[in-house]
Design a protein around this ligand. Structure first.
Ligand code: GLN
Length: 427
């Protein structure tokens, strides 16, 4: 059989290829010289499968796509409060290199614009970290996200530093507000090295998949950052990742994303996949023209908008029926799928609001493949209240979805492996 997903990706690349609008970034001379025809797209699943088409193994500099990952490293190294004290989480609605700081405090609005990212760079590693050690930590951290050792493109670095007047101006302003506490130029040098790290489209897809996979790299299995850090990073990517195009992006594409001026673009579907594209010509916001078109297409073709309502979510109660009759009758609530708060609410309704008259109730988890913490607590509370109402409660749980079920004060459950163990024997 021909491979379905690479074929789909190749077809999508073919559709956007004729679009030669936009220009490669010109303010970094070395980027202006890049081959504008390069084009690639890759998907990486949370279990480490990578599908790609086009120039997926061609290296280019990560640029601003480093920002969410280095934000993650700073949050992991310093904790939330010290980082939030220096960099906000509000969309700026301005260009990535705008010289804008919150009035009064001088705090950069978010970590995705340069002012925020330069400050975030200075917050990686332990306090009073030597600049070279910090860059080392950044490269090691980005490498852990990618699952392989990454290196810096010295030529792009030198080229950007030679014309880094704007970032130096931003850093000096940050220094004057004490948002930076170190030498402004040294921090810009470190930040520029961070932006000059070489990646391929395949690497970026895996980095995005590491965020999709709660911070665990799908290939190496390494936990790079915690789930709480990932949630913070994805939230900020969603509201601020596309700069002054963030609102259009959130509505039309609806995937937390980040672009870079070398032409890379990543998107993360939490729990599902990491996506990356590469095409150097940029629109007026500094986002890759063909990359944006590809993401628009992926989102609508595959229903990837994070605000799309999942279709299967509500069918948690597969059936609600009675086995046997009389005093022995057993009410069976057969559940299925993954159960979260909304699913557990259906269980609560089925079990309590309809107040089954039978003296014995079985909650059958045989077809449940996942149950999150709030749902677990709600199901156990259902069991407790049924017990308090004088009912006998069985949990049919052959795969131990609810280990050591303790319904708390006054509750009791009997765990069985099959409904038959609890069902009345036919007379
Ligand atoms: N290194 C670039 C800069 O600071 C990154 C900008 C970007 O990719 N949007 O200007």
């Amino acid at each position: 059989m021909r491979p379905i997903i690479p074929d789909y990706l190749a077809e999508a690349l073919g559709d956007v290829e004729p679009d030669a609008s936009g220009e490669p970034a010109a303010y970094i001379p070395e980027l202006a010289a890049a081959d504008p025809e390069r084009l690639a797209a890759a998907f990486a699943t949370v279990d480490g499968r990578v599908y790609g088409a086009g120039d997926v193994d061609v290296p280019f500099t990560i640029q601003s796509i480093s920002k969410p990952f280095v934000y993650a490293l700073a949050l992991a190294d310093r904790g939330f409060d010290p980082v939030l004290a220096r960099v906000g989480v509000e969309p700026s609605g301005e260009a990535f290199n705008e010289i804008s700081l919150e009035s009064g405090s001088g705090r950069p609005l978010n970590p995705m614009i340069n002012a925020g990212a330069i400050t975030v760079h200075s917050l990686v590693g332990p306090e009073r970290c030597a600049p070279a050690d910090r860059v080392e930590r950044v490269i090691r951290g980005l490498s852990a996200f990618a699952g392989r050792q990454l290196t810096v493109d010295r030529q792009v670095y030198a080229s950007e530093m030679a014309t880094a007047h704007r970032n130096l101006a931003i850093a000096h302003m940050l220094r004057s507000h004490d948002m930076l506490t170190e030498d402004a130029r040294t921090v810009v040098e470190g930040y520029t090295e961070q932006c000059s790290v070489l990646v391929t489209t395949r690497d970026l897809a895996l980095m995005a998949a590491t965020l999709a996979n709660r911070g665990v790299n799908p290939l190496s299995g390494e936990t790079v950052v915690s789930e709480t850090v990932v949630r913070q990073v994805l939230s900020v990517m969603f509201s601020c990742g596309m700069y002054d195009a963030a609102g259009d992006w959130a509505t039309q594409v609806g995937i937390p994303a980040k672009s870079g001026v070398a032409g890379g673009l990543i998107g993360t579907l939490p729990g599902r996949i990491g996506i990356a594209t590469f095409s150097p010509r940029l629109d007026r916001h500094g986002n890759s023209v063909r990359g944006v078109s590809l993401f628009e297409r992926f989102s609508s073709d595959m229903g990837l908008h994070v605000m799309d309502v999942p279709s299967a979510g509500q069918a948690v109660v597969r059936s609600n029926h009675v086995l046997g009759s009389g005093t022995d009758a057993l009410r069976v609530l057969e559940l299925q799928g993954g159960i979260d708060f909304a699913g557990a609410e259906r269980v609560v309704r089925a079990a309590l609001e309809t107040a089954p008259p039978e003296a014995r109730v079985a909650v059958d988890l045989t077809r449940v493949h996942a149950i999150d913490d709030v749902a677990r607590r709600m199901v156990l509370e259902v069991a407790r209240r049924l017990t308090l109402d004088g009912q006998e409660v069985y949990l049919v749980d052959p795969e131990t979805m609810l280990p050591d079920p303790d319904p708390g004060e006054g509750g009791r459950v009997t765990v069985v492996r099959t409904v038959e163990e609890a069902a009345p024997t036919p007379s």
